[in-house]
Design a protein around this ligand. Structure first.
Ligand code: FAD
Length: 466
């Protein structure tokens, strides 16, 4: 288990200004920022190539007031975005952090574009639940793999040392919590050490650690973990050992639409554009429009922990912009049919029940009846033949709780004071989703990875110059 070794006078052969643990979106952005601030940087990553949960994601980052939104005629503001985050998270997040990350969102994406050539565009053709404006930005393929590769390339082109296959196993620190260095292991079993003046934890949360998930997120203790397995909660364990305050440890992003058994993410556009979910009885079971995060537990409560997402060809055309959806189609996970009867037959669902559910949804959309689950179908187009269906399950994507930080990304103790030289960003830090699955607003993950990564890198870098 990861640990902190207390040593007052530990000496290192090499000491670097800013060491960063983890080369996902948060760590790579932090490295670029610390380097720009004039610091010597070392990025340590346990994998042979930086991937992290970032590579598994759709790579979509919400930002308000960007030039891409303006060009598309989308009216948005930081205040509006902050309001959406707070509403979704029931007012639980730290308002100062929310204000900081939304305020930095547009500038961060524009900086990544102008300085490092990341060509973002805004998704204009559908809305994510809880966002009052269209503000999701992504690279061309709409995949996190493209995002992490582009960030790694930027780091390499800036000649920032990135040491892969270096798994940090322990920290050295003084009694007052000042981190003086790190111990990391190499694939051949050797162990190395490096000193640091400032440390940035960018090694995400504890989604890959079954024991911590069972302890903090019991509702998903048996759920498939869909994030990066290397994220074992090291930041949380080290931070707590150093005296840092943990926050909102039940907070997480679940997802109620992972194709089963292929394990491919099916975009929630299938729902927001007018699709719905049924269980093995062919019946709806929830207000799907609340959000995909809280839907994970709803789906897992159904027989065999499965559901079917039902949509049509118009929605499939919108969703096809996602590489994952195209993969799911290529693997035969998406079934299509001209009639509802044929759809039920292909999916193995009871025909009469599915016909009744289609009729109930049609009536809600026509305004004739109120949805018993409370979903508003106002202005939502009816589904039309040919129809599509995909069998899905619920999964844990990543944890949103983590180390308490201030708006400089400095890690805080329970009394609100900052640890001497420790920063956290992305999934290592407490996010802006509060303490419940329902608090996760789409994009909160990468929003805090890139904005707090930039803040942590800049502040840590500047600290070395003062
Ligand atoms: C399927 C899926 C889809 C998602 N889609 C979106 C989306 O579209 N938009 C969005 O905002 N969010 C999304 N998310 C969440 C998003 O991926 C994460 O919030 C984000 O990637 C976190 O970035 P990070 O840099 O903190 O962590 P990561 O990208 O996970 O990087 C952490 C890195 O730290 C390394 N590491 C861990 N421990 C150590 C150690 N001890 N020593 C050295 N290295 C270590 C890991 O190997 C990893 O490379 C999605 C998540 C999943 C799983």
């Amino acid at each position: 288990m990861s640990q902190v070794i207390r040593s007052a006078h530990k000496q290192f052969d090499l000491t670097v200004d800013v060491v960063i643990v983890g080369a996902g979106a948060a760590g790579l952005v932090a490295a670029l920022s610390a380097h720009e601030a004039g610091a010597e940087v070392l990025l340590l990553e346990r994998d042979p190539l930086p991937r992290g949960s970032t590579a598994l994601s759709a790579g979509l980052i919400p930002a308000a007031g960007t030039r891409w939104q303006k060009a598309a005629g989308i009216v948005d503001s930081s205040a509006q975005f902050a309001g959406d985050i707070m509403e979704k998270a029931h007012g639980e997040p730290d308002a100062a952090i929310v204000e900081h990350v939304v305020g930095q969102s547009a500038a961060t994406l524009e900086w990544l574009c102008d300085r490092y050539g990341l060509s973002f565009s805004v998704i204009e053709d559908f809305s994510y639940p809880g966002h009052s404006a269209r503000r999701m930005h992504g690279l061309a393929s709409r995949s996190g793999e493209e995002l992490v590769d582009a960030l790694r390339q930027a780091v390499e082109e800036a000649d920032i040392p990135l040491l892969c296959e270096a798994q940090v196993t322990a920290l050295h620190a003084t009694e007052d919590g000042c981190v003086t260095g790190l111990i990391y292991s190499r694939p051949d079993g050797s162990v190395e050490e490096v000193g640091c003046r400032q440390l940035i934890l960018a090694c995400n949360g504890y989604g890959g650690n079954r024991q911590l998930v069972a302890e903090h997120i019991p509702s998903l203790s048996d759920a498939t973990y869909f994030g990066h397995t290397g994220n074992q909660g090291d930041a949380l364990v080290w931070g707590e050992a150093l005296g840092a305050a943990p926050r909102h440890l039940n907070g997480h992003q679940g997802h109620g639409s992972v194709a089963h058994p292929t394990g491919i993410l099916i975009s929630w556009a299938t729902i927001t554009e007018g699709g719905f979910q049924v269980n093995a009885r062919g019946e709806r079971f929830s207000n799907e429009a609340k959000g995909y995060s809280e839907q994970a537990a709803e789906v897992l409560r159904q027989p065999d922990g499965l559901a079917w997402t039902v949509f049509d060809a118009r929605i499939a055309a919108i969703t096809r912009q996602f590489e994952d959806f195209r993969k799911a189609e290529a693997m035969g996970a998406i079934l299509s049919a001209e009639t509802i009867e044929e759809l039920a037959d292909k999916a193995g669902l009871p025909v009469d029940a599915l016909l009744l559910t289609f009729e109930q949804v049609r009536a809600c959309k026509a305004g004739g009846t109120v949805d018993p689950f409370g979903r508003s179908f106002n202005g939502v187009a009816p589904l039309q033949s040919p129809y599509s269906i995909v069998r899905v399950t619920g999964a844990l994507f990543h944890t949103q709780g983590g180390l308490a930080i201030d708006s400089s990304a400095r890690v805080l103790r329970e009394d609100g004071s900052a640890l001497p030289n420790l920063f956290a960003a992305g999934g290592a830090a407490c996010g802006v989703s509060g303490n419940q699955a329902s608090g996760y607003l789409s994009g909160n993950g990468l929003l805090t990875a890139v904005t707090l990564g930039r803040t942590a890198g800049t502040k840590a870098g500047l600290n070395c110059r003062s």
